[in-house]
Every structure is written in C-alpha cells, then in structure tokens.
Design a protein around this ligand. Sequence first.
Ligand code: ARG
Length: 384
Amino acid sequence: MGTLVIVKKYNRCLFLMLILLLYSTASIANPRVVGGFEAQPGAWPWMMGLGYAEKENYFGQYCGATLIHPNWAMTAAHCVVNTEDGLITAVENLVVFIGVHNLKTDTGKRIALQRIIIHPDYDFHADKNDIALLELKKPVTDIMPIDLPGQYFTDPVMPAGTAATLLGWGNIKPSSIFIDPSEEIFFPESLQQVSIPLVSNETCQNAYTTYYPEFDINIATGMLCAGLANGGKDSCQADSGGPLLVARAGVNSWTQVGIVSFGAGCAQENAYGVYTRVAYYTQWISDTICRASEIPDRPQLSIKALSSHDFQIDIDTAASTGSFYRLYYAPYPDAKHIQYTDLVMRNHVVLQNLNATQRFYLVVQSYQGVCVSAFSNTAILLPE
Ligand code: ARG
C-alpha cells in the first residue's frame, strides 16, 4: 500500500527525521554511494554541501552545490524552493560549506548566503530549469571554481556512453519508487563518487514513457540523463544540487555538465538519473552573476592562410581579455555538431595540413571564469 512518489518529493521534515533515525540505528558497512565508492579527500576542491545553518554539517546537509565563481555557488532550484508551495527558502536558514570530505569530522569553511536566485522559468511541477545560484556572504578566493561547459557543448561532443562522474553525500542505498518503510536508507559521512555513462535524452524519455508512464516525465532540452539500464549506480536523496562531471582537457580537468535533479526511485532499472544540463544555462549564469567589469570584451577573429592547407587563427580584443578563449568549430556548410576547444594563455592557433573536407565555421568567446563575452565574428576555414 505504498504511495507513489518521485523520490525528490519527500518533504524535508521526513528527510531530516530519517537522518536522525538512521543516526541512532544504522551501522556502517562498506559505505558507498548507490554503486560508488568513497572519494579521495581533497580531490574535488570546489565541491560544496548545502545545509541548514543551525545544524552541524552531517545533520544539516541535504543537497550538494559547487563553487562556480568566488562569490557564487550553483545548486538545484528544488534544493532551495519548497516544492509544495513554490516558496524560496529564507537565506538566513541556509549555509554552504566547502573543504569538507567527512561531514562528521571536517568543518571546512562554512559560508552564509547573501541571496538565492532561482531560474526564472523553474517549474517545480515538471522539474524544469532546476537550477539556482547562491550568492555567498564572503568570497572564496583560495579555491579555483569548477569549469562549466560552453553553451554549444551538446550531444555531439558528449555522446551517449561518455563516462561521467557523480559526487555526493546522498543516500547510498537503492530505493524503489514507493515509500517503503522497510527500505534501508543510509547517509554516508564521507563524500562518495560513482562513474556512470551519459544517456541520450531520447533513450531516457523512452525508458520513462515505457516503464514509468504514471510519472508522466518529460525530458526537456535543458535536462541530461545518466545511468545504467539495469540500475545499480545512481544519485539519490541528498545528492541533489551536486555535480555530474566529464573529464576534459581545458582550463580545469573536469567540467560540470549536470546538476543532480530527479529520478524515479534511486538506481532502479530503466529509471535513469535526470540532471540539469548545465551547457544550456551557461549564458544565463553569466548574465545573472557577472558584473560588467567581469565580462571580457567581444573578441575579433581573423584567419590568415599560410598556404592552401595551413592556416593561422588570430584572436584580438580591444581591451579586456578574459582568462581563456573558447573556440567553437562546426562543419561548414552544415553547422551541426558544434564542438569547442579552450585556448589558455594564447590568442592564436596554427592548423596545418587540412584537406578540402575539413571546412569549418569558427567563432570565439572570451571567458573570465564563468563570465563570458559576446560572440566574435564568424570566420570560415576553407582549405582547398
Ligand atoms: N532529488 C533528490 C534530492 O533531493 C535526488 C534525486 C536523484 N535521483 C535519482 N534517481 N538520480 O537529493
């Protein structure tokens, strides 16, 4: 006689009661995220926890977050909005912490919040646009923020099957789609990680429509799915707001492609974890948190043909350059499959030995952390 619920819809009181209950009864046996393992302490410096200000880390933490700018953390909107009535949680009740591996033994740095910004189109009924930005009372200046993907970092560059890493202090026991009081829940003390493949929105939608029609889940463009058809590895309660990461050459070795959002139960068959697709929101993030002085000048792109197969690409800015350039390229003339490469500490690239099939559109943006310039002019590379 269980009640049918999507797992994220447990209310927070129930959730806190469960933590308290577990604290008194649970025994630590081989702590793992659903299907994962304990992270290396200090390996994920920008990883943050979000919790209640009046409680210690272990009892207060109920969501993850990441440092994306010295003054800002990013999390899921449903972590800071009451999903019953849509009201935003009062800032003074919340705290984020950073530099914590073990919630019981590490205090890390606890930072109060100045302001909570929910995505203007957050829809808590459909779980759409599940992203929130948390302004910090004090900046974090000694930790480099996590890299976010460029706005065209879409399926072609992170196809289904790409290995992604998930982090969190959430429940490590699989949970079914019914509230089942006999089901075990266990919140680990230390940060857990698990590697799961990305899944296309289409596969994800089909699985939900076929196997969980009662939830009427619509996988929107701003969502990203990850997990295994057989279940067993997934995010779960209290992982929400935390990162899904892809390893990538660039400014940082990891890029946060997703924010833990929802799923039907945890680690169930054919119920992939659903994440907020960060690439879809990077322009909004920059527009929302960056001051004018942090936004680099619009760069100018020029191409010099060194021969019919060799080209030099130069990037110029009038005054304020950012910390790196992101050079997008897409096949010409059918500009599907946009990809990008980051240029750190340099404003030119030489491409050699291109043949006539390697024709590309090129466009560049200048970045100062997450703060992004306008797009440059578009250039076309036409080897003969
Ligand atoms: N919404 C949950 C939270 O509040 C996380 C759900 C993730 N579920 C999943 N099956 N991947 O912590």
